[in-house]
Design a protein around this ligand. Sequence first.
Ligand code: FAD
Length: 189
Amino acid sequence: MDLPGFSLDLAALEETKRPDPQETYDLLILGGGPAALAAAVYAARKMLKVVLITRDFGGQVGDTSVVENYLGFQTITGQELVNRFVEHVKKFEVPVAEGETIAEVRKDDGLFGVLLESGSAYSARTVIAALGKRHRKLVVDCHCRTSVAGLFGAGDITTVPYDQIVISAGEGAKAALSAYDFMVRQGML
Ligand SMILES: Cc1cc2nc3c(=O)[nH]c(=O)nc-3n(C[C@H](O)[C@H](O)[C@H](O)COP(=O)(O)OP(=O)(O)OC[C@H]3O[C@@H](n4cnc5c(N)ncnc54)[C@H](O)[C@@H]3O)c2cc1C
């Protein structure tokens, strides 16, 4: 019996969606560590049009041989934890610009523009910076707000004490919810 032609590209199912530079997004999440990845999950759950831009997935967690006492895991390797984070984010089909280095973040006429070293640029109503501790510290309040309206900070980049995975992930989730509240209050959603 002849079957109708059908093929399923399993490799493509594993791919993340690429973002569209022509689109104006609700939220750009900068970074690929626990703060950024948690923000991506929470933003997607709020149905925000969101993009994650990062050099790599996992951040410092990928450089950690063994993580102890991350809630739910007494002991887990850093790489295994990163794999689980990424698997979780991919379930929400968040578009990702991976392997990109962010060169500049600007705000003009109420919109943020994020320029990449590759020459691409993305725009959005809000931004979460979750770029780790190698950057100048961002001062944030308890809602992850910075002094720039619509710019939020999460994880080791912020003045929040204790550089830990669970704290970064929690702050990332909080930053996404704060960005959502900000857009609701501003009538942007
Ligand atoms: C060796 C080591 C062991 C550790 N062990 C533990 C542990 O056992 N338990 C624990 O809780 N914590 C541990 N930590 C700390 C923990 O890993 C960090 O607190 C946590 O990863 C911070 O998360 P983050 O998302 O804020 O930043 P990061 O994990 O630093 O992620 C920052 C992200 O931003 C990206 N990025 C930065 N600049 C740019 C740019 N210009 N363009 C594009 N992307 C950019 C990076 O590529 C990265 O993806 C350890 C850290 C290290 C280094």
